[in-house]
Design a binder for this molecule. Structure first.
Ligand code: GLY
Length: 352
């Protein structure tokens, strides 16, 4: 078992280990007196781990209610969000109760958004059960839902009170869900630590979690509200989010980010923002994990969606420029430059 403290405005611990779920109640009792816990989860995760977590919470004196929704990105909507709030009200959850997000990135984002907005804010705990959530989404307080205009366009920063990562849950992940997480680990490798690639290949989960969490911790502590350095963690996401949306979420998040990373690396090189073209090496790594890196998307459509990117400020966007696997920088682009960058990344040519 390892513990990290994330020193945001309200600090909290991230605990990683094997078999932690059966002790969820004990970990929560170290922080909270007995109270109601509203477990928010999806249908798949509830069937796998819902009982273990609820039993553990009850054994530690908590009252438990469960709100669940169908698994998948297509659930991350205003409708599901509304249903969660109504269920919380039905269960008479108050400001002194607690929300527990049990699941992957979709559950964590939705439960965090519900916790942050219900009664103007209720404490919550993240219990991620996927690689993508444990290495990235559950840490740092980003919450949100998709709206018709794009992915994660409604949300708030709401830091959890505790993050409990039990990596034995990864053993239940279907290959595609596991590979989704691999894409985010490769992202961390490009941003900060090339060695991560061999460690995830060997499934050394504890090491991978420790490294990804410490990379994330330093960026979140430096830039809690995502106005500067934290944006490095968005490598591949400007084009990746567009791909997710254009595919009507048929491309999973990790899969879309894998394509986005290759396109953004190629765009950065062809636009002359770096002397190094890592796109071929990166594509090779991603493909070796079974991720598809083909880029058959309309650049103009991706640009239309990228104009909604949350990194845009005063008509400019910080793009993440990979200099090597393990080293990236930020570069401010105008929207015209962003359009050219997207064209170059997706097609190899400039817009006519
Ligand atoms: N997922 C990127 C971040 O939390 O900033």
């Amino acid at each position: 078992m390892k513990k990290f403290t994330i020193s945001t405005e309200k600090p909290y611990d991230v605990i990683i280990g094997e078999g932690l779920l059966a002790d969820t109640g004990r970990y929560l009792r170290a922080l909270f007196t007995p109270r109601k816990v509203c477990v928010i989860t999806d249908s798949t995760v509830n069937a796998l781990f819902g009982k273990t977590v609820s039993d553990s919470l009850r054994d530690s004196g908590f009252q438990v209610s469960t709100v669940k929704f169908p698994a998948g990105e297509h659930s991350k909507t205003l409708t599901t969000y509304g249903n969660i709030l109504e269920a919380m009200a039905e269960d008479a959850i108050t400001r002194t109760d607690l929300v527990l997000a049990l699941g992957g990135g979709v559950v964590g984002d939705m439960a965090g958004f519900a916790a942050g907005t219900y009664l103007r804010g209720v404490d919550y705990v993240q219990v991620p059960t996927t690689v993508i959530a444990a290495t990235d989404a559950a840490i740092g307080g980003k919450t949100g839902i998709d709206i018709l205009g794009g992915k994660n366009l409604a949300g708030l920063f709401w830091q959890p009170r505790l993050v409990l990562c039990d990596y034995s849950t990864f053993d239940t992940l279907p290959v595609q869900r596991f590979n989704d997480g691999v894409a985010e680990v490769v992202k961390n490798a490009v941003v900060s630590d090339a060695n991560l690639i061999s460690h995830i290949r060997d499934k050394r989960y504890e090491y991978v979690l420790e490294r990804c969490i410490s990379i994330k911790r330093s960026l979140v502590e430096a830039d809690e509200r995502d106005t500067g350095l934290r944006q490095l963690l968005n490598f591949g996401h400007t084009i990746g989010h567009g791909i997710e949306k254009l595919s009507a979420y048929k491309e999973s998040h990790g899969q879309a980010v894998a394509k986005g990373m290759v396109a953004e690396a190629r765009g950065a090189y062809l636009a002359g923002y770096t002397g190094n073209d890592i796109s071929g090496e990166l594509a090779g790594i991603l493909e070796s994990f079974g991720l598809d890196t083909s880029l058959g998307y309309d650049p103009e459509e991706i640009f239309r969606l990228a104009r909604m990117d949350k990194k845009i400020r005063n008509g400019k966007i910080n793009m993440i420029i990979p200099e090597a696997i393990g080293r990236c920088s930020l570069r401010k682009l105008t929207l015209d430059e962003l359009r050219t960058f997207i064209w170059l990344g997706l097609t190899g040519s400039r817009p006519s």
